[in-house]
Design a protein around this ligand. Structure first.
Ligand code: GLA
Length: 384
């Protein structure tokens, strides 16, 4: 991402002075999808694509925000009733409000921002935006007294309270806590986490973007979460200690099979299996057993496609191509309904796979998928 470019736009758009520049990344997730809001494990890492924002307090009681990519300018006040209409500006507004709720004395500021995380590709461009502003406002107005976990929660609460997505904590956690060359295993119940050096010698992680834009807010995501909560409520009747699907076994799920809908049962089955897969992948990684890692990724794809039903024709097709090419692991990444597959590919297979994926996808859907090589990078930071 180009710092000089953002700076030049900031100078042009505002009063010619400069402010401070902050950045936060998007993320990948090796395995553990839709497990975060179920108290389970996730295994994400931050990437080298993200958001960059220049910010300067303006001595007023309003925020003047310019989206460089959308060439759109919005002003808003800092009170609850001042919520802007533009969806991109609601993320910034939400972060301001959530910081204020946590006691930070947020004042007006000028800001311009740009990003290179592809929008709607399942790489969490929105979390990158939220984390950038949460980190910046903490630095500019909060003496950095809000800790990193709370900054991630500010982003999550922004999604819940201002953007209508009842998401888990994974994306914001990954964006804030990312570390170059490391994946992170987060226990979303206890919030304990560990960094795992990730350097799969002989392999590459490659994202293949179906360019089907997902719409997480389109209630389908929230509906999945509701299904999980329905099942927990049913199991809780007999096992009051249960708080999340994380606390449930397949035996417990089968006890309530007749009392929950078939759909809710399938959703819960996927989640219970997926939580275990994250642990299996961590063990496999410790042994350097990438074949098992890859096999679990394929299992996740099956589960997301057939049980959780968050895949789509294009993503299933990309998964099939990966399998046919002999790719070690492949699956839909992120919330689903579009976006990317993540693929664990042997170096010697990379060219063949990428060429075949482009050709076969174009022949069927009439457009080329986009390819992104994954570079695992650092989390939220101040640039200058
Ligand atoms: C989206 C959400 C996350 C997580 C993933 C699925 O990215 O924001 O909290 O639930 O979907 O794993």
């Amino acid at each position: 991402m180009d710092i000089e470019f953002v700076r030049s736009r900031f100078i042009k758009h505002f009063d010619g002075t400069t402010g401070s520049i902050y950045a936060s990344p998007g993320r990948i997730n090796l395995i553990g999808e839709h497990t975060d809001y179920n108290g389970g494990f996730v295994f994400p890492g931050a990437v080298d694509k993200g958001m960059l924002a220049e910010i300067k307090p303006n001595g007023k009681d309003k925020v003047c925000a310019y989206s460089i990519d959308l060439k759109d300018y919005v002003e808003f006040g800092l009170n609850e009733e001042d919520a802007p209409k533009a969806s991109w500006a609601r993320y910034i507004f939400g972060v301001c409000r959530e910081m204020i709720k946590r006691g930070v004395d947020v004042k007006g500021f000028n800001t311009a921002f740009a990003g290179d995380v592809p929008l709607g590709a399942g790489m969490s461009s929105s979390a990158a935006l939220e984390s950038t502003y949460a980190f910046a406002l903490n630095d500019l107005f909060g003496d950095n007294k809000i800790d990193k976990f709370e900054l991630a929660k500010v982003g999550q609460a922004t999604e819940h309270n201002y953007c209508g997505v009842n998401c888990g904590i994974m994306d914001q956690f990954a964006s804030v806590f990312g570390k170059e060359g490391h994946l992170m295993r987060l226990d979303c119940r206890s919030l304990e986490y560990q960094y795992y050096p990730f350097n799969p010698v002989g392999y590459r992680l490659v994202l293949v973007d179906s360019v089907v834009k997902h719409e997480l807010a389109s209630s389908a995501y929230n509906k999945r979460r509701q299904s999980c909560e329905n099942v927990v409520a049913a199991i809780k009747a007999k096992h009051p200690e249960v708080e999340f699907l994380r606390d449930c076994s397949m035996d417990m799920l089968n006890e309530v099979k007749g009392t929950v809908s078939e759909e809710d049962y399938m959703r819960a089955e996927y989640v219970i299996e997926e939580i275990q897969r994250v642990l299996d992948v961590c063990d496999a990684l410790e042994r350097g057993d990438y074949e098992t890692v890859g096999q679990k990724m394929y299992e996740t794809h099956q589960g997301m496609s057939k049980l959780y039903e968050v895949s789509c024709e294009e993503l299933d097709f990309l998964n099939d191509i990966a399998f046919d090419c002999g790719v070690t692991g492949s699956r839909v990444m992120g919330g689903g309904f579009g976006g990317c597959t993540i693929n664990l590919v042997k170096n010697e297979l990379y060219e063949t796979f990428v060429t075949t994926a482009k050709e076969r996808f174009a022949a069927k859907f009439g457009r080329s998928p986009k390819i992104y090589d994954v570079v695992i990078s650092d989390g939220s930071r101040k640039i200058c």
